[in-house]
Design a protein around this ligand. Sequence first.
Ligand SMILES: [Zn+2]
Length: 922
Amino acid sequence: MEYKDTLLIPKTEFPMRGNLPNKEPLRREAWDKEKIYHQVQERTEGRPLFVLHDGPPYANGDLHIGHALNKILKDFIVRYKSMNGYHAPYVPGWDTHGLPIETALTKQKKIDRKKMSIAEFRQMCADYAMEQIDNQRTQFKQLGVRGDWEEPYITLKNEYEAAQIKVFGEMAKQGYIYKGLKPVYWSPSSESALAEAEIEYQDKRSPSIYVSYEVRDGKGVIPNGAEIIIWTTTPWTIPASLGISLHPDLEYDIVEVDGRQFVVAHDLLPALEEELKWEDAKVVDSFMGRRADKIMAKHPFYDRDILVMLGTHVTTEAGTGCVHTAPGHGEDDFYIAQSYGIEAICPVDELGVFTEEAPGFAGLFYDDANKVVSEKLEENNALLALKFITHSYPHDWRTKKPTIFRATSQWFASIKDFRQNILEEIKEVQWYPHWGETRIYNMVRDREDWCISRQRTWGVPIPVFYGENGEPIITDETVSHVSKLFAEHGSNIWFEKEAEELLPEGFTSEHSPNGKFTKETDIMDVWFDSGSSHEAVLLHREGHERPADIYLEGSDQYRGWFNSSLSTAVAVTGKAPYKSVLSHGFVLDGEGRKMSKSLGNIIAPSNIQKQMGADILRLWVASVDYQADVRISQDILKQVSENYRKIRNTIRFLLGNLKDFNPKTDSIEESELEEVDRFMLYRLQKLIKKVKENYDVFDFATGTHDIHHYMTIDLSAFYLDFAKDILYIEAADNKRRRSIQTVYYETLVTLVKLLSPIIPHTTDEIWEHINDAEADNVQLTDIPEPREVENFSDELVEKWQHFMNVRSDVLKGLEEARNDKTIGNSLEAKIYIEAKDDETKEVINSIAHLHQYLIVSEAVLNESHPEAKEYQYINMFVEKHPGGKCSRCWTMSETVGDNAEHPEVCNRCVEVIKTHYSHLID
Ligand SMILES: [Zn+2]
């Protein structure tokens, strides 16, 4: 007979290699077929609700790695909550209106929108968006993200638009919506106003000019004929110049240079002398800014009065301390002029081209006007210096072209009217990471009114009618009627029908005695669309609740969706739409650089999924500190794959040793488990507790690290290692063996559950190999609560923890013995241990089979050996065991050779063979 035929070597069909790229798609097909999302929802029905409300990605283009990070994190949370006592629906969303889709149609698809009606063009935009959604949906599902993919929320859907109209109507009712002339960020390249969130700063080369304005009436403070110097990098705004702002508390000097007198801030004079190459400037007088109030100067080339105004926005950081003020082209300018009763002029049209309002410039593009303005100033002897500088300048985030400030008639949400309420609500929300609170607080505190109108076609119309006298009309009645129309027909009806047809039957208004009406043609800012999702989804979608438990997006959404959602929700409900907000950073390459086509360092999630598997990408997400910026590279992914392989191998070992274990019939009563097994069960409970605590605060990196640590240190290096000598060697039904299997089974099931939110493809696969599993799918189970282990006291915890310390000493000694060739593997060792203190003595004396746990063939206790070495808790001596090596169990024993029939094996093995394998002997 072969002794190895009598060993219980692990057996399992669970493969060592995951082969994820081939196997994962099959599993996802099965999920679709079994409707796993709905099965989970049915199972958890009636539990406390946990709503993670999805921030809608924009429906355009393939997914990038940032999308993957976002959706996978959401999936971790939703899956975890579903397995931990909650009912956690997840309805993915898409944002579909806005300029990028209009641009995609006109540029990529070469659609000539002038050849069709607005409604037709909008229908094409809608079709395009739906195609994009299909593409992105496929890619999200490929990441293993579980959700209601068949019924997502989409901002172009009728019911969504209807709800959005209600949000707008409610805000109008509260008096928060107004129409006003205001300089707004304007993008000539998009022909549209832009929200702050659509602005990005880039370097731009601009002319930097110093211009003098002659004083006409100095009111005895400044001599008439003296000149006030201003500095600007936007010469094209000079035609709209209506004033000069000085700071009331700054000191100004009157300086004489080459027979001319100039006014500049005292603090800036030295810098200016250098800039303007003044060599013999002489200060002839000084005055405090406030004394110059309402002094009158002249426009450098128009016959126009220029008023000196006082404003605290003036600084001495650059320039001259005298600020050229063009209220049609700047926000500060607008407000200070308003306070002096000066109405803005804005001689630049939507294309950025000058109108007749700027004589001499009509037809010129604003940026081209810089040169002409400078020449005019030169002619009038008002240009003191001209050079070019590169500075940070606001650009349109989509077209990447510079923006301007332009006063236009726009619709606004009056943030200032409910700002205080928003700020108070921010304090009620739990922010992860904590700095998120300060970031959004400051953003809201400093925020101007929200310009919500856009002069485009692909979006939700602003549901306002106008009377014959031009007065806007928005009432409960009109809002509810338009909302109903949109719910039934979609917002395209706004562009298909005349105003009268969009009003309720028999509608009358004091503004239209003849019953004639017109309608607004602007659409809403897309941030208003997505910012209304709390109404459209949380309030109206079945099984949801407002506020949501959590919003989770990239950190750019503090000024985007977190902000717009908060504003509209506070405006219409008085409350924040979320209880907590979690943000993540950006994904950079291995060297910490942004990913870009030009650097060639883009890593696409679909490629990772195809080459390595979605679970590898997911395990990467679980490994990073995502609240800051994170890195990904092939090397990093290789490391993650290595960790994945270790998880797989540990699980495979457990499965292999449980092949012959039926939990129903073979389990050992917990109170009767061997002490070491109860200790391992206790350690497992500790792990559950730690992992849950980390998952609860969305710290998946620490959670999975704890699991990994447990698998490598507690299991692989200890519990799986020494147990081989029992599991393989003893008879199948041996109680000691069944005791270990009982704990292995619980360990395996628990680990699979803890990992299920993270690597669901793999855990589903493992689940299929578990004997007598409690449910068809691990996704339909709960992660257990950590519990007390029966018959296991605090004293025993201390004892076993101390044993682990002693074991460290022994491992050190064995390592040394291996190094000096006293022994080969540790089973060849016979060790002599003497405790250095009473506690250690008690521990080692009270553990039966101590040598087995230390994986040596014999341990002699309490015997001082003259050559013993000193360790932290023990003195120890290692020698090569004098007995023979058992051919079956490989331990060394003096009993090898005792049995004539089986001279190659030890007594223990003889027993097992005779009792259980006698049939093999014949
Ligand atoms: Zn043996």
